[in-house]
Design a protein around this ligand. Structure first.
Ligand code: SAM
Length: 233
C-alpha cells in the first residue's frame, strides 16, 4: 500500500494471466471445436481469442446449465450451444437474457445502440438444430429474481448492461446462481475505456474473490474447483 498526498493507493488483487495459462489446464475433450468467425464490425461481440477462452472454460467446468446476461444477436449463445458438453438432463440448458424494450434503462457508452440492434434481431442460435436447448428470457436484468435459480448454473457469462449498477446487480445474482465446483463466472469488458467504473468494480471485487484477467482480452473470470496455473514471469 502506498500513501501519496494523503491518497491511499491499494493495488488490485486481480491476477493477470496469459491465454496460454488458461489453455494449459488439462481437459478431457477432443481437439475439435465448432467455431464461428466474429463479425467484422466487432462492436458488441467477442473477439476470436475471447471466444476461444470461453470455450476453454466450457471444457474446464463441463456445465449442465449455462446463464448468459446479454444475448445481443446470439453469437456467444450459439458458440456455447454448438460446443455444449453432453448431458443426460432433458430440456433447456442455456438460459440467455436480454431486454424486451429499452424504456427506463440507463445506458453507458455504446450500450443503447447495441440494445436497439438486438431488439428485433433473429438470434443466431435459432438456426441451430439444438435451439431447443436454449431458453430465451426477455427481462431487465435489474429485476431478475435469482432465488429461483439458486446454485443452478455451472457457467455464467455477465455481458449485459455495462453501467456499473447493473454489473453489480448481475454479479450479486450470479454469485447466488453459481453452482458448486466446478463452475465459473465470466465478465466481459474489463478494461474497456467506455466503462471505467466496471473495470474499477472488478478490480475491487478481486479483493473478495479470486479473479483472473486474461491478457489481450477484456475477459475476467472466477473459477471454482479447477486450478489455474500461476504466472511464473
Ligand atoms: C454486449 S451485448 C451482449 C453480447 C453477447 N453476450 C455476445 O457475446 O454476443 C449486451 C446486451 O445486453 C443487453 N442489455 C442491456 N441492458 C440490459 C438489461 N438491463 N437487462 C438485460 N439485458 C440488457 C443489450 O440489449 C445487448 O443485447
Amino acid at each position: 500500500m502506498t500513501n501519496t498526498d494523503n491518497k491511499i493507493y491499494q493495488p488490485s488483487k486481480m491476477i493477470h494471466i496469459r491465454p496460454t495459462h488458461l489453455l494449459s489446464i488439462p481437459d478431457d475433450f477432443e481437439e475439435e471445436i465448432k467455431f464461428f468467425m466474429p463479425p467484422a464490425q466487432g462492436a458488441g461481440s467477442l473477439t476470436t481469442i475471447e471466444s476461444v477462452m470461453l470455450l476453454k472454460l466450457l471444457r474446464c467446468v463441463e456445465p449442465t446449465f449455462i446463464f448468459e446476461f446479454g444475448t445481443y444477436k446470439g453469437y456467444t449463445t450459439r458458440l456455447l450451444l454448438e460446443n455444449l458438453p453432453e448431458s443426460n438432463v432433458e430440456g433447456e440448458r442455456i438460459y440467455t437474457l436480454d431486454l424486451p424494450e429499452i424504456d427506463n434503462i440507463d445506458f453507458q457508452g455504446g450500450d443503447k445502440n447495441l440494445a436497439l440492434e438486438a431488439l428485433n434481431f433473429k438470434r443466431k442460435y435459432l438456426n441451430s438444430s439444438k435451439k431447443n436447448l436454449v431458453k430465451q428470457i426477455f427481462q431487465d436484468s435489474m429485476t431478475l429474481d435469482a432465488a429461483q435459480y439458486t446454485k443452478k448454473f455451472q457457467y455464467i457469462f455477465v455481458d449485459a448492461n455495462h453501467e456499473v449498477s447493473y454489473v453489480k446487480k448481475d454479479t450479486e445474482n450470479s454469485l447466488k446462481m453459481l453452482a458448486d465446483s466446478p463452475s465459473c463466472i465470466i465478465w466481459h469488458d474489463y478494461g474497456n475505456r467506455e466503462f471505467p467504473q466496471l473495470t474499477q468494480y472488478l478490480d475491487d471485487l478481486a479483493s473478495d474473490m479470486t479473479l483472473y484477467h486474461v491478457e489481450g482480452t477484456m475477459l475476467v473470470f472466477h473459477l471454482k474447483g479447477v486450478e489455474v496455473p500461476v504466472r511464473k514471469s
